[in-house]
Design a protein around this ligand. Structure first.
Ligand code: SAM
Length: 302
């Protein structure tokens, strides 16, 4: 069974924001495209998360990404993971401040791998970007090591490239090589148009010059550079028609709605605590509402 939208794009992944709560306040955060400031928002329940994943798997979903908010704010995450089907790739995107002490239990509960956000190796810059403390920064670095030790591999370190941290890219490449993790350089979605994004095109030119091998992944046509033992992946969604053309995921919001596109909130489908059979129908309906945001002739999202 394979789900496909009206543009022939298969849906093989679910990206689920399991909470909107977060202990940091990253200055660039897109909050997974969710509308903010809505009062009385509920939080998706453990049963809804489990249900939507099982229903997705019935329909051919193979990959789950758990995100937030900060997903480790949920104390029931391990018990949710224990209720999920096997033969599924389950990964988590976290700010890493609560990974130490949980990496092992998450791995035992069935989590396969993690992406850890780390925008700077300098505690001061980290603090300016995320609002976190020096102690938080230290915990993230320890958390990355704990994740590697627990086998949540490959661990990917997510760095959103900003003017503030673009000078650190090569330190991050060296850090990734030394720790045996993959560095993901992410282009900023500058939703408020503040002009704080770094120059990823210039960085990619240098990566191209130094790489001994370059591979393009199917997922969103991401380019991966192999440089002297380091792996660096570049994620560039902005005005990228190929990014949309290769999108294979459906999103679920932290208040329990299927979300066909990161950049739209006008076509959500409420899960409404539906049972597994009904959830399947809702997933099919949301899949039919998918359309590529960046496509020929369309204006950029701004
Ligand atoms: N709290 C978790 C974390 O920090 O990783 C998960 C939620 S966060 C919204 C998920 C990912 O989105 C992070 O890797 C973050 O760097 C990325 N992200 C957030 N806002 C972004 C933006 N405006 N542009 C590009 N990436 C962004």
């Amino acid at each position: 069974m394979t789900l496909a939208d009206p543009f022939g794009r298969k849906v093989t992944g679910l990206r689920i924001a399991i909470t909107s709560r977060c202990n940091l306040s990253c200055l660039y955060c897109h909050r997974e495209g969710e509308e903010t400031g809505l009062s009385g928002r509920r939080e998706i329940s453990d049963d809804e998360i489990v249900n939507v994943i099982w229903a997705g798997v019935d329909l051919g979903v193979k990959r789950i990404k758990l995100t937030g908010g900060e997903p480790l704010m949920r104390a029931d995450l391990e018990s949710i993971l224990e209720r999920l089907p096997e033969n599924l790739e389950i990964s988590l995107t976290t700010n890493g401040t609560h990974l130490v002490g949980r990496a092992q239990s998450l791995a035992e509960a069935g989590l396969d791998r993690v992406n850890v956000s780390l925008d700077s190796l300098d505690p001061l810059v980290y603090s300016q970007i995320t609002g976190g403390t020096e102690a938080d920064h230290h915990r993230v670095l320890e958390g990355i090591e704990a994740a590697v030790e627990a086998g949540l591999v490959p661990v990917k370190v997510n760095m959103v490239v900003l003017k503030e941290n673009e000078g650190e890219v090569w330190d991050m490449v060296n850090y990734a090589r030394d720790r045996g993790v993959i560095l993901q350089l992410i282009e900023l979605l500058d939703l408020q148009g503040r002009g704080i994004g770094g120059d990823l095109s210039r960085i990619e030119e240098v990566l191209e010059g130094r790489a001994e091998r370059i591979v393009t992944r199917d997922l969103h046509r991401r380019r991966k550079y192999f440089i002297d033992g380091a792996e660096v992946e570049v994620v560039r969604p902005i005005d990228n028609t190929e990014f949309c053309a290769n999108c294979s995921r459906l999103r679920v919001t932290s208040d329990g709605k299927l979300k066909p596109c990161l950049l739209r909130n006008d076509n959500l489908v409420d899960l409404n605590s539906a049972d597994r059979e009904e959830t399947k129908r809702l997933i099919e309906r949301a899949t039919l509402l998918r359309s590529p945001y960046f496509c020929e002739g369309r204006k950029p999202y701004r």
